[in-house]
Design a protein around this ligand. Sequence first.
Ligand code: NZQ
Ligand code: ZN
Length: 387
Amino acid sequence: MNNFNLHTPTRILFGKGSLAELRDQIPAGARVLITYGGGSVKKTGVLDQVYEALKGLDVLEFGGIEPNPSYETLMKAVEIARKEKITFLLAVGGGSVLDGTKFIAAAANYPQDIDPWNILLTRGDDVKSAIPMGSVLTLPATGSESNKGAVVSRRSTGDKQAFMSDFVQPVFAVLDPIYTYTLPPKQVANGVVDAFVHTIEQYLTYPVNAKVQDRFAEGILLTLIEDGPKALKDPENYDVRANVMWAATMALNGLIGAGVPQDWATHMLGHELTAMHGLDHAQTLAVVLPSLMNEKRAEKHAKLLQYAERVWNITSGSEEERIDAAIEATRNFFEKMGTATRLSAYGLDGSSIPALLVKLEEKGMTKLGERQDITLDVSRRIYEAAR
Ligand code: NZQ
Ligand code: ZN
């Protein structure tokens, strides 16, 4: 096992009715800006419940944060946060609202003479403070509710980039599985696929004898395989929703990634597909991952065999046959969730691959993966095999 330094300071308020604990988490005298997306929280009544819980506090709101939150929209909220001297941000929604709010939190406190897009260009390294934030999560997927990462898109340049900073880690997260009952099937699937791939990015690399991390990761994968399809079939099954929600949080709160090599190439290749073609985040992962697994089958050999056996119960056949079967099982699982795994299913014929590679190169993404051996040429092969 590799050395690690792990700090996961987000308080989790989990379960039915946990919004009742919201008020106690917000500092007395706070001036709060509630942030939300395109209106689902209005329709579902969650926003009303939040207002009710915060009665008596000084509260403003900013709605309209879109999926794959844009710098252009978020800068309007930054202006409000600065002008209104906001001291606490409360994100109510999915990963996009949470990520967008992390950007607002950091950008509001950023030196006023520097364009806050610089936060993305420096990947968060020069963030020195942020407005504290909490979240009420309505879509289990990204893990953003208890991690320090955020992904922001800039529409004018067609970029989608991530940053990380301890300063934007949410102070608390309210996770009420009932809030996920209203998710459309596509978003249920997106959440399950995203959490699955987060786990894979930290698990399917090479062995370092990290038994707890491996078995936690396998537990998350098995839970998603078991309960993901059930969430589609039986949307108001509380136990199913609770397990999916906690699996998604656990998949990217730092725990399973501590002390192990990490890949993240599927995500980097996927972000370019979203930025250029507008595919949902999870759709891009479902397209890239099976292809990447096959391309890196030699380097990931030992972990692919472990994954085949412990996650899919594949124990017969030659080693290469077992790896083939594990890749196929992964693809079938995504398809079963309703998430297509080929570029062609999204109307893409691969003609944009050279342009996607140019975007990767611009960002310095020329050596990806746990061994930094996914060069542009390898990325090209991965995209091509995903057609
Ligand atoms: O915008 P509203 O109206 O709220 O509707 C949303 C949105 O249209 C809807 N929705 C959310 N909760 C709902 C609901 N509809 C009905 N009932 C509910 N309970 O779902 C749609 C998608 O929401 P979005 O927040 O975009 O989805 P998700 O949570 O999958 O977030 C995706 C974003 O997170 C980034 C992705 O790149 C993408 O930009 N990621 C963030 C990560 C992180 N911070 O650690 C890691 C991930 O790998 C990922 O990159
Ligand atoms: Zn993801």
